[in-house]
Design a protein. Structure first.
Length: 141
């Protein structure tokens, strides 16, 4: 099922997204994020939370790599559009349920959905642009 996944590109995308998360929920939107949640997050188990977050990102990027390959999105534009479609149809709709049924504020939905939209765009671009080994030879052909 995962034949053709460029694992180097997946790892690079995961690293990029972890960096984005640190910026997004740190200097860029930390105050607005905390205000939208209504409390400061409990970071007493930060190492475990970060590890689970990396695994979650790895699973998501691997799925996106599979999807991009499956639909044959070979160009940068097609890969990014596939990533945006995946974000819209799966991520945004799932997060919207939290807003609708679980009391998430609209501002928190905007911050989190915005992060994931940028993440999907970066991941889609990285998965298309990073070419090593067989992927580089196939792209050159």
């Amino acid at each position: 099922m995962l034949k053709g996944v460029n694992w180097i590109a997946v790892i690079i995308a995961v690293v990029l997204l972890e960096g984005l998360g640190m910026l997004w929920y740190g200097p860029l939107f930390r105050n607005a994020w905390v205000a939208a949640m209504g409390h400061t997050p409990d970071m007493s188990n930060q190492n475990m939370l970060m590890a689970i977050g990396v695994v979650n990102t790895l699973v998501c990027v691997t799925g996106l790599a599979w999807l991009i390959n499956r639909v044959g999105a070979a160009t940068l534009g097609a890969a990014v559009m596939t990533a945006v479609a995946a974000w819209f149809f799966f991520s945004l709709t799932t997060q919207s349920l939290e807003y609708l049924y679980m009391g998430m504020s609209l501002q928190l939905l905007e911050i989190n959905a915005g992060y994931l939209l940028v993440s999907f765009v970066i991941a889609g671009a990285a998965l298309n642009l990073v070419k090593f080994g067989a992927s580089a030879q196939a792209a050159a052909a």
